[in-house]
Design a protein around this ligand. Structure first.
Ligand code: HEC
Length: 146
């Protein structure tokens, strides 16, 4: 009797934790672009090639004038310890599932509009030109699976 109760409790615990982890994951993978704009956003392609030069420019912007590093971390993992933000945490760019879910066009939309309701602000055109935004996005893609 005792041990079957323990077994049931253990099973509940495992199921609950599995679900919580899945829910967090699913929340990150949800599209950020509103449904009425997502097809248009997804059709936009990065006009730049990933070359050592363009990646170097993207890195310099990410760590310098665009201060992405302040929230997303130099390693792209998005969890600087001393950060105080309300709402969702900055994205972990090394997450392969997230990288595969988003198109370049959706990420470009985020740089123009921010992620509504979060601390991710718009950067184009105030901080970055469109060309610079594409350079930063090439750099963000380079975190994939790092
Ligand atoms: C003030 C902190 C902060 C700064 C600075 C910042 N971000 Fe973010 N960023 C966030 C947060 C928080 C999220 C998560 C928003 C969400 O869950 O929708 C995010 C999400 C993102 C996403 C993912 C959106 C998606 O579709 O999942 C991208 C791409 C991104 N940021 C790029 C950048 C770039 C590039 C820069 C620099 C130009 C930058 N961020 C600067 C806080 C920041």
């Amino acid at each position: 009797m005792q041990s079957s109760l323990l077994l049931t409790l253990t099973a509940c615990f495992v199921v609950f934790h599995g679900t919580a982890a899945w829910a967090a994951d699913a929340q990150v993978l949800q599209p950020r672009v509103p449904p009425d704009q997502i097809d248009a956003a997804r059709s936009v392609k990065n006009p730049l090639q990933s070359t050592p030069e363009s990646l170097e420019k993207g890195k310099a912007l990410f760590e310098g004038k665009a201060f992405c590093k302040a929230c997303h971390g130099a390693d792209g993992k998005g969890l600087p310890k001393d950060l105080e933000l309300k709402g969702p945490l900055p994205r972990n760019f090394t997450d392969k599932k997230w990288q595969a879910t988003r198109t370049d066009g959706e990420l470009f939309w985020i740089l123009k509009n921010g992620s509504p309701g979060t601390d991710m602000a718009p950067f184009v055109p105030l901080v970055l030109t469109e060309e610079e935004a594409w350079q930063v996005l090439l750099y963000i893609r380079s975190f994939n699976g790092r």
